[in-house]
Design a protein around this ligand. Structure first.
Ligand code: ARG
Ligand code: ZN
Length: 877
């Protein structure tokens, strides 16, 4: 019974205030909710009060002080209806009991390592008390938490602590009040025996904010980077968006069992501890960067999400796409803008494009769902951010800033829609955004086919651009989109040419322009072009599209060396490598001798010797497109073994040709400087480890020795992990020794053990599936810990194409058997894991048959959660 966007109706009842009295106990936590309710003046009158609620024991209901008998209300598995309550303002009291200890779904109130915590987004609050659990009901919350003083010295909830004290029987309490009306999904409470570190931040208008990060005892020395990132985020949102923090307290709690990355609860963010706890010897440069980005993301939600929230869950991208855009901008300002942009393009291409091309495709604003948690996707988040970025490119920086101000001020304290956002932007820019809006409604990645023609006689260059989007589930017809296409023309000397668009009066001859595509096909003519230019398209990756041009090897080589736009320059190398890999795959399948990519290797040689390049950028240039991306690019009847063989072949050919240069660069980039997670140092390590990785393509004794030496001598986790990531594919003794020693070091540290699991799960060795099955029975593995599940099964299915997409279907069956076991324990994580199968249709017939069979078997094996059921049925629909 799907929920549909078109069925939205405003809430019949509003809640003015809620007072929660929570008596914590591991298996019998009591919640007494006192709320003032009143009919919504903007909704149809006379509707009985209906509250959402599930998986609780109802103990008492009273209205205006009078207890109701069971006959006076209707109770179902998912709701509580008071049929006689149809008008007037009332005080409702509801008492319930729930069992946090037994709650392995990690939604609602649960315990993680003995710490009580909550996750209410999207619909977890209804497991804490009966309530109109929808984002457009905003209320003021006061929470009184009571617990055992020894087990729970720390008692936290949203807002400010207004009272606390001790009670009889070794218990104590704290009262928290949040003055900002909020939807129930932003509610949070935490209780437990936690250590904390404090700091403070003074906002630009002089508000002194007490900052706290709560972690397990003994982990305090892993919080410094997160705290620093938090203060930088607070400052940046003031400078870049004029957004200031609005409470006297901002607390963060790190818990080890968490379904997602983190949660932006008002004034009390709860994090997966993987995204808080970093220290040079336990976390990689990538881990540090993730902490910085996620701290920023959750903090930025305070405005894009909390102050301005969503009317309904179909509008999820309104807060998520916008907040991802904001955190991307933050990272760009903190680190290298081009490197961040390329990293985001890689993520988009690795996760969102396949989603958009497969059975789980959906618009940035979906129109129906069974389980909303299945829509916290790359499309809503990452493509949602791309849509905001395109909007900025179309209306321009100034109008975009003005539009953001209008959006925030006009919708402050409201539950808004995508339309409200677009209205603000349209008003600020004076632009008609009605066609642009299709980006929110139409699924699928558009294909752009571009061809350029130079005519020497009149010195013009004619660009023909055609756009189309393939059908996606439920959307067979696609309308043209409003697409910003940023481009340049490069002259023979490698310099950008001035652009003079025919028919335009103001001719400033800028070297870069954003063309606006609105039709199926359009022609742009550039004048005053003295000689045949090289076309540089999609600069800064100005739109989330797939691009085909009539350029070839010569153009790619030229642009790998000369394109002034780093993103387009990197993309030239990727396009070249992709085409080479496709050719090699075909040659191998046909039993022909595959190409060695000599000119490609030469271009990489230039990258390696060009000191003017940022090391992090050079590292990205060295990266071959992955096997999953290639499979996607080939698009049908893919043989995962052939793709793997082709990539290994090219990898080895490049390593052969660059051998000594790679070793030289590797040696040059070694450093004895004290570790710092900053972008410069991280970039040099990235390039050094890229040299190691490429060199390891040789697969010989030297490569193994190099990696083993790095493993033995590394003084930071980045180098340790890079060494293991190289060794893991090898069939050599060095591998076993390194993994054994790493395991010993990881003992008792779940975050390190997760690395140990995932580094094995990603191995391309033939015995990896067998090893993964063994590891799923390992004493350090547990179905109740999402991080560990993702480290082993998530990495195997999501990052090891050749073994997961084994022709005999063994990888698929491993996944579905695992999902079946996990589903009753944690449906959200089970459904998400199953989602890794979404690319199955691009593979060849034996694989397709096996995948379809594995999913149908899962569906017929017994009752599934709604989460997993929805994914499984869409997967093979
Ligand atoms: N709003 C959170 C974020 O983007 C994600 C939490 C979603 N959790 C869930 N179970 N659906 O940071
Ligand atoms: Zn978010």
């Amino acid at each position: 019974q799907p929920i549909r966007l078109e069925d939205y109706t405003p809430p019949a009842w509003l809640v003015e205030s809620v007072h929660l009295d929570v008596a914590l106990a591991p298996s019998r936590t009591r919640v007494r909710a006192t709320m003032r309710v009143l009919p919504n003046p903007d909704a149809a009158a006379g509707t009985p009060l209906t509250l959402d609620g599930e998986r609780m024991t109802l103990l008492l209901v009273s209205v205006d002080g009078a207890k109701l008998d069971a006959g006076a209300y209707d109770l179902t598995d998912s709701s509580l209806v008071l049929p006689h309550l149809t008008e007037g303002t009332h005080e409702i009291v509801i008492e319930t009991e729930c069992d946090p200890q037994a709650n392995t779904s990690l939604t609602g109130l649960y315990q993680s390592n003995g710490v009580y915590c909550t996750q209410c987004e999207a619909e977890g609050f209804r497991r804490i008390t009966y309530f109109p659990d929808r984002p457009d009901v905003l209320a003021v919350y006061t929470v009184r938490l009571e617990g055992d003083a020894a087990a729970c010295p720390v008692l936290l909830a949203n807002g400010n602590c207004v009272e606390s004290g001790t009670l009889e029987g070794g218990r104590h309490f704290a009262v928290w009040h949040d003055p900002h009306p909020k939807p129930s999904y932003l509610f949070a409470m935490v209780a437990g025996d936690l250590a904390h570190v404090s700091d403070s931040f003074t906002t630009r208008s002089g508000r002194e904010v007490a900052l706290g990060i709560y972690v397990e005892h003994g982990k305090e020395d892993r919080t410094a980077y997160a705290m620093d990132a938090l203060k930088r985020s607070m400052k940046w949102d003031e400078d870049a968006f004029g957004r200031e923090y609005d409470l006297d307290v901002f607390n963060i709690v790190a818990v080890s069992d968490f379904n997602m990355g983190a949660m932006e609860n008002k004034g009390l963010n709860v994090f997966n501890d993987k995204y808080i706890l970093v220290r040079p010897d336990t976390a990689t440069d990538v881990d540090f960067a993730n902490v910085e980005a996620i701290i920023a993301h959750e903090y930025f939600h305070n405005w894009s999400g909390n102050r301005v929230t969503c009317r309904d869950w179909f509008q999820l991208c309104l807060k998520e796409g916008l907040t991802v855009f904001r955190d991307q901008e933050f990272t760009s300002d903190m680190r290298s803008r081009p490197v961040k942009r390329i990293a985001d393009v890689k993520t988009l291409r690795a996760h969102q494009f396949p989603e958009d091309a497969g059975p789980l495709a959906h618009p940035v604003r979906p129109t129906s769902y069974i389980e909303i948690n299945n829509f916290y996707t790359a499309t809503v988040y990452e493509k949602g951010a791309e849509v905001v970025r395109m909007l900025k490119a179309i209306v321009g920086e100034d109008a975009f800033c003005a539009g953001m101000d209008i959006y925030f001020s006009r919708n402050d304290g409201r539950a808004a829609t995508v339309e409200d956002f677009l209205d603000a932007m349209a008003e600020a820019s004076g632009r008609d955004l009605s066609q642009f809006k299709r980006w929110y409604d139409q699924a699928g990645t558009p294909d752009l086919v571009v061809s350029g023609r130079y005519s020497p006689l009149d010195e013009t260059y004619e660009l023909t651009v055609a756009q189309s989007t393939a059908p996606t589930p439920g959307q067979s017809q696609k309308a043209p989109l409003h697409i910003p296409l940023t481009m340049g023309l490069i002259g023979t000397d490698g310099e950008d040419l001035g652009l003079y668009l025919a028919g335009e009066t103001s001719e400033d001859g800028a070297t870069e322009r954003t063309l606006e595509l609105t039709q199926h096909e359009q022609v742009f003519t550039f004048e005053k072009v003295p000689s045949p230019p090289v076309l540089s398209l999609l600069r800064g990756f100005s739109a989330p599209v797939k691009l085909t041009t009539n350029g070839g090897e010569k153009d790619w080589l030229f642009r790998m060396a000369h394109d002034s736009d780093p993103c387009a320059r990197w993309e030239a190398g990727q396009t070249y490598a992709r085409e080479l890999l496709v050719a090699v795959t075909r040659a191998i399948a046909a039993g022909e001798k595959p190409r060695r990519g000599t000119r490609y290797a030469d271009a990489l040689r230039n990258v390696l010797t060009d000191d003017s390049l940022e090391p992090a950028f050079a590292a990205m240039m060295l990266d071959l497109p992955g096997e999953a991306e290639l499979a996607q690019h080939i698009g049908q009847d893919v043989d995962a073994d052939a793709v793997h063989a082709a990539r290994s072949h090219l990898h080895k050919a490049v390593a052969d040709q660059l051998g000594d240069l790679l070793l030289d660069r590797y040696a040059q980039l070694q450093s004895n400087a004290a570790y710092s997670p900053d972008a410069d140092q991280a970039g040099r390590r990235a390039l050094k480890n890229a040299c190691l990785r490429v060199y390891a393509g040789l697969g010989n004794e030297n490569a193994a020795r190099l990696a083993a030496t790095q493993f033995a001598s590394a003084n930071n986790m980045t180098d340790t992990e890079a060494a293991l990531a190289t060794l893991t594919h090898m069939a050599r003794d060095e591998r076993q020794a390194a993994f054994d020693s790493f395991y010993e070091r990881a003992s008792g540290d779940p975050l390190l053990l997760d690395k140990w699991f995932s580094l094995q799960a990603m191995s391309s060795r033939e015995d990896t599936l067998a090893r993964a099955m063994e590891l799923a029975k390992h004493k350090d593995f547990s179905l109740t810990r999402p991080n560990t599940v993702r480290a082993l099964v998530g990495v195997f299915a999501g990052a090891n194409p050749v073994r997961f997409h084994a022709a005999d279907g063994s990888g698929y069956r491993f996944l579905t058997a695992f999902v079946r076991e996990l589903d009753p324990i944690n449906p959200q994580v089970a459904a998400r894991l199953l989602g890794t199968l979404k690319t199955w249709r691009v593979y060849d017939a034996p694989r397709r048959d096996a995948a379809r069979q594995a999913v149908s078997d899962l569906l017929s094996a017994g009752k599934l959660s709604e989460d997993t059921y929805e994914i499984a049925t869409r997967m093979i629909a």
